[in-house]
Design a protein around this ligand. Structure first.
Ligand code: PLP
Length: 458
């Protein structure tokens, strides 16, 4: 192809692209969109998911009807709700699988971020950045025990990666014990700890040295520690979610986490708590570690850490562990982790959680919510196996995936967003903002009660 023809083709493409971008930027700027614009946005979203993102999503999401003619496309959010582009409102019991602990676009978080944005958005990575320092101090104050030093990330999987690398460096060992049904993320390191075969198999072999034992089985954990020692592969760390989220809201058996802590101490291994989902007040305490009175050596955070406004995560570690990175702080780095906007969001988020006592609120509202759902499910034991949870981390387990999917879809049609996709609906998760009102909780329970009898068991 001659250079001239090639240039012409680029030019021809560039003009419509600029027009397209202009139209999109104008829509972003608008407070309200017209019906015609809503139709255009919906069509663009579905078409471009099909052609340029991944058509698979159109199959799996309950928000898209078969054939993809109708699709719920999100457009605005506020308080405890999302609205789609057509203005239909949904009570959010799912958002980001638990990222909206302080509600959607909490004004205090927005203010901190926009105030910071007016001055400086991202950091130079050369001068010292003040908000990172301040946020690390705040975390040392609010996390349990003697957790003291923080490394900041942009996501949960990155927090887990950092924790694993820190544990390796500190211990000079490379064996990790993880648990069945665990979810720690999908990058290669964290995926090694994740338990679900379907996500792991195509990428094997993963990081060597990972052993999985059944969550809650302390004898198996003990035997694994013993075996690892016998074969000269001493354990660097145990990685656990104190309450398993993705695995289907699995609470640890009584005394389990304390016993794991004891085993770690006995074998000189570290204990990593992945509180990406349980952290920031979700379970009724600021951190689930406090529920069980166990202090980990390394704590992983993300999801709600950025207040539902900024992607942000952290690993917080004890000094004796984090010290491994003192001589060379560039041992593990990320360009954007700990940027000023993310730190501003996290600082404001922590302030809201403390000021409004949202962890305590989660405990109280969660208890009411759980009981209400259990009452609503009475008489439907053929469909619902168990409803369990703590704080505002609730799971409804069905006998079959299909029943869960039908329930979550029917609830969605009635304006309630709960977890449950075509491929993963056996336990649907309810993880609303900790600010959810009692009226909204009542509405969710009412709708759950209404849809249950109409769901057919195939
Ligand atoms: N760890 C836990 C416990 C999680 O629930 C998740 C996400 O669901 C992750 C890690 C991964 O976080 P991210 O999706 O931000 O990478």
């Amino acid at each position: 192809m001659s250079l001239e023809i090639e240039n012409n083709q680029t030019l021809q493409k560039e003009v419509p692209v600029r027009e397209y971008i202009k139209k999109v930027l104008e829509l972003i700027e608008k407070d309200e969109v017209t019906d015609e614009e809503a139709k255009w946005i919906t069509k663009q979203t579905v078409d471009n998911f099909r052609e340029h993102v991944n058509p698979g999503f159109l199959e799996y999401r309950k928000t898209v009807t078969q054939g993809g003619q109708f699709a719920a496309v999100e457009w605005t959010d506020e308080g405890n709700c999302f609205k789609d582009v057509n203005g239909k409102k949904y009570i959010d019991c799912l958002g980001g699988f638990g990222i909206y602990n302080v509600g959607h676009r909490n004004p205090k978080v927005i203010k901190a971020v926009t105030d910071q944005l007016k001055r400086q958005a991202l950091h130079s990575q050369d001068l010292l950045d003040p908000l990172r320092a301040v946020l690390a101090k705040i975390l040392a104050d609010i996390t349990p025990g003697d957790l003291k030093y923080s490394f900041f990330t942009n996501s949960g999987t990155e927090s887990v990666e950092a924790a694993l690398k820190l544990a390796k460096m500190y211990s000079e060992r490379s064996t990790f014990i993880s648990t069945t049904r665990a979810f720690h993320g999908k990058s290669l390191g964290s995926l090694s700890g994740t338990a679900k075969g379907v996500f792991r198999k195509p990428f094997l072999p993963l990081i060597p040295g990972f052993r999985h034992v059944p969550f809650g089985d302390i004898d198996m954990m003990r035997k694994t520690f013993e075996t690892c020692r016998l074969v000269g592969e001493d354990v660097a760390a145990v990685i656990l979610e104190p309450i398993q989220g993705e695995g289907g809201i699995i609470l640890p058996p009584e005394g389990y986490l304390k016993q794991v802590r004891e085993l770690c101490d006995q074998y000189g291994a570290l204990l990593i708590f992945d509180e990406v989902q349980t952290g920031m007040g979700r379970t009724g305490k600021m951190f689930a570690a406090e529920l069980y009175d166990v202090v980990p050596d390394i704590l992983c955070l993300a999801k709600a850490f950025g207040g539902g406004v900024m992607p942000a995560g952290a690993v917080v570690a004890k000094e004796k562990v984090f010290k491994s990175w003192f001589p060379n702080p560039f041992m593990h780095t990320t360009t954007f982790g700990g940027n000023p906007l993310a730190c501003a969001a996290a600082i404001a988020t922590i302030d809201i959680l403390l000021e409004e006592k949202l962890p305590e609120r989660a405990a109280e509202v969660g208890k009411y919510f759980l009981q209400g759902l259990k009452d609503a499910a009475k008489g439907h034991e053929d469909k619902v196996l168990e409803i369990r949870g703590i704080g505002l981390m609730i799971g409804i387990e069905f006998h079959k995936d299909e029943v869960g999917y039908e329930v979550s879809k029917a609830m969605f049609d009635k304006g309630i967003l709960v977890a449950g996709t075509l491929v993963n609906s056996k336990t649907i998760r309810i993880e609303p903002p900790l600010t959810i009102s009692y009226e909204e909780v009542n509405e969710v329970i009412r709708v759950f009660k209404e849809v249950l009898p109409n769901v057919k068991i195939k």
